[in-house]
Design a protein. Structure first.
Length: 131
């Protein structure tokens, strides 16, 4: 299914919901559904008009709890022994380095090279990625 077909489907569903709105209840759930479907179609159309541009700004992509938890369990160096809470060469997780380039929870790139790789993949798919 391409983007135009998705937009057309959303607008068709909005029309269906409109036909279900009771005359004595203009603020029914069907009216809300119709408005949501129309807005979704507008958002997709607007994204298409910007030439499929995706803005990749590390500081605008909100990290999840896992992204910001600098613990030995998420660190490349994560070597702890018995009851130690940090590696011997680390103080306050000062040497923390992501174990993986992407967050295992939300998929957010954790390194500059991961952001660059994601940008390159988006461009290969035919989109524009700005940073």
């Amino acid at each position: 299914m391409n983007i135009k077909e998705i937009i057309d489907s959303l607008l068709d569903q909005a029309q269906d919901r409109e036909s279900m709105i009771p005359a004595d209840e203009p603020d029914s759930i069907f009216a809300h559904d119709m408005a949501a479907l129309q807005e979704a179609a507008k958002i997709i159309e607007a994204a298409q008009e910007t030439n499929n541009a995706i803005v990749l700004l590390p500081d605008r992509w909100e990290p999840c709890v896992s992204c910001v938890s600098k613990t030995c369990g998420t660190c490349f160096w994560g070597v702890t022994f018995k009851n130690e809470t940090e590696c011997k060469h680390c103080t306050g997780h000062s040497q923390w380095t992501p174990a993986h380039p992407y967050c295992e929870n939300c998929g957010r790139p954790l390194t500059e090279s991961a952001f660059a790789d994601l940008k390159e993949r988006i461009q290969k798919m035919g989109g524009d990625a700005y940073d």
